[in-house]
Design a protein around this ligand. Structure first.
Ligand SMILES: Cc1cc2nc3c(=O)[nH]c(=O)nc-3n(C[C@H](O)[C@H](O)[C@H](O)COP(=O)(O)OP(=O)(O)OC[C@H]3O[C@@H](n4cnc5c(N)ncnc54)[C@H](O)[C@@H]3O)c2cc1C
Length: 478
């Protein structure tokens, strides 16, 4: 064993538990430095959005505390990762450089280049710390990537997922350390206005926050009845692990294996537990699509949609982003997104469908808005989610299946509680009319203190007309 220090380049794996790169460093035994590089230049238009920058700041603060507890040293650098990693490795006089893999096309290229450049002077190794199965590990009989989820999931179920690696609890700190940026200087937190106040109420970024959320959720009705509750935004009962998974504060392997144990022990009913495992595998499936079809980041997977005649209605787009479309379930979702940096999955589908099929605005604009505002914004799941909603992706909902925002609201928010929470102007509307206030009799509106067009917007489009229009435009590209 060389006593030259190990350098672990952390990216979307900000944790000590089940972290293969960090584990390799701990097993190597030499003092260890952890490096995080904020590389906006290489990421270009995929640099972290506003909500994620808030998360990253809080997560790195939490990581620093863990480093103080478990040892090692955290070095922060900003700029081109290729230069920064090489510089830190050299100044540290490192013997080994380890990291866990990433899957965006430019990240794959960057990692290859760095590996090649560093391999001459250091031991360099990369690992899977992000997915249950890597994109190349699951394929059809003819060796092609899956484009349909069900057979993909069947294959995942036939494979063993390894046990989580033991948590790294002790690292030695290198004697002399290369310089580090001050996190505060990165200006990741919003100031004027501080739009992230609502985030602080909901989230605790960092590995400990992730663990607590997971254990609390496992004890709650949300996990016991997951498959029943997962479509109900009013119940707010899903695990909310997405941002923790995105930043790698929780390992999908740990969650998967622990859920399997709960099923085996009879603590979580099989159907509900399996449903959760299947959602974790959807995350992998999205990564598999991204890896094999990287063009999906900025073009529809179904080529014919390149010709679709989208509207460029900026006013309607703004009404959508601000939750002022006049459709209560859509507005509730968009306001939840702004306030919490999160939106329930069912409502992501409803708001997405409304943008694409009612406002006839290109899904890419919606995807970019989500990219900036979601704390869990993820290139694979966000792009795959939007292409699914727009009907132009792999295994997508067909374009002609247009969500009706009123009946979706009535079905999935049956008592109107989700709308009342996020659209307080409608809090006194009776349930019968809360999803379509424009149909309510005048005396009902008066009693609820609602004046359409004043206290709450009139619908900005007529759903049935726009549905017809959307289908006509679809015919033109079919
Ligand atoms: C238009 C659109 C955009 C989306 N953008 C993102 C995104 O940027 N980042 C993101 O993580 N998810 C995205 N999703 C998927 C899904 O909405 C979120 O993962 C989920 O709402 C997160 O809440 P949760 O952690 O409580 O989920 P839970 O229901 O508790 O699910 C557990 C985990 O499974 C994974 N998962 C669940 N549903 C999906 C799905 N449909 N696709 C992929 N993984 C899934 C997530 O990692 C999630 O944390 C998007 C979906 C749509 C329709």
């Amino acid at each position: 064993m060389s006593d030259k220090p190990s350098l672990v380049w952390l990216r979307e794996d900000l944790r000590f538990d089940d972290n293969p790169a960090l584990r390799a460093a701990a097993d190597r035994g030499a003092p260890t430095a952890l490096l995080y590089v904020l590389d906006d230049e290489t990421a270009g238009e995929w640099k972290l959005g506003g909500a994620q920058r808030w998360w990253l700041h809080r997560s790195l603060e939490a990581l620093q505390k863990d480093v103080e507890k478990f040892g090692g040293a955290l070095i922060l650098r900003r700029g081109d990762a290729e230069e920064q990693v090489a510089d830190v490795a050299e100044k540290l006089s490192a013997g080994a450089v380890y990291w866990n893999r990433r899957y965006m096309p430019w990240q794959v290229e960057q990692d290859k280049a760095i590996k090649e450049a560093l391999s001459e002077d250091y031991e360099v190794e990369s690992f899977n710390g992000r997915l249950l199965n890597e994109p190349w590990e699951i394929s059809t009989k003819s060796g092609d990537p899956y484009k349909v989820y069900t057979p993909y999931w069947k294959q995942v179920q036939q494979r063993d997922i390894r046990d989580p690696l033991p948590k790294v609890q002790k690292l030695d700190t290198p004697g002399s350390l290369p310089s580090s940026d001050d996190l505060e200087d990165w200006d990741l937190l919003p100031t004027e206005p501080n739009w992230a106040e609502g985030f602080e109420e909901v989230w605790t970024p960092g590995e400990r926050g992730a663990r607590k959320r997971w254990l609390d959720w496992l004890k709650s009705e949300g996990s016991e009845k997951y498959d029943e509750h997962r479509n109900r935004p009013d119940l707010d009962d899903t695990s909310k692990m997405a941002p923790h998974l995105h930043f790698g504060e929780a390992s999908p392997i740990t969650l998967y294996r622990e859920m399997q144990e709960k099923i085996e022990d009879g603590e979580i009913p099989e159907a509900h537990g399996q449903s959760y495992l299947s959602e974790l595998a959807w995350r992998d499936f999205s990564y598999s699509l991204l890896y094999h079809f990287p063009r999906m980041l900025d073009e529809p997977l179904m080529g014919k949609f390149k010709e679709f005649d989208w509207d460029k209605d900026d006013e309607a787009f703004e009404a959508w982003t601000k939750g002022r479309t006049g459709y209560p379930i859509v507005d509730a979702g968009m306001r939840q997104l702004w306030h919490e940096g999160h939106m329930h999955n069912r409502v992501r589908m409803i708001t997405g469908s409304f943008l694409v099929k009612d406002l006839l605005i290109d899904w890419e604009r919606g995807m970019k808005w989500f990219w900036d505002t979601l704390v869990c914004a993820d290139p694979a799941s966000n792009t795959a989610g939007w292409q699914w909603v727009a009907g132009c992706g792999a295994d997508a909902s067909p374009f002609f299946r247009v969500f009706n925002p009123v009946s979706q609201g009535e079905k999935f928010d049956p008592d109107g509680d989700y709308v009342r929470r996020w659209v307080p102007e409608l809090k006194d509307m009776p349930t019968k009319h809360i999803h379509a206030p424009w149909d309510a009799p005048k005396d009902v509106l008066k009693k609820a203190d609602v004046t359409l067009g004043e206290t709450y917007p009139k619908p900005i489009v007529d759903h049935s007309q726009r549905r017809k229009e959307a289908l006509e435009r679809y015919q033109a590209i079919k």
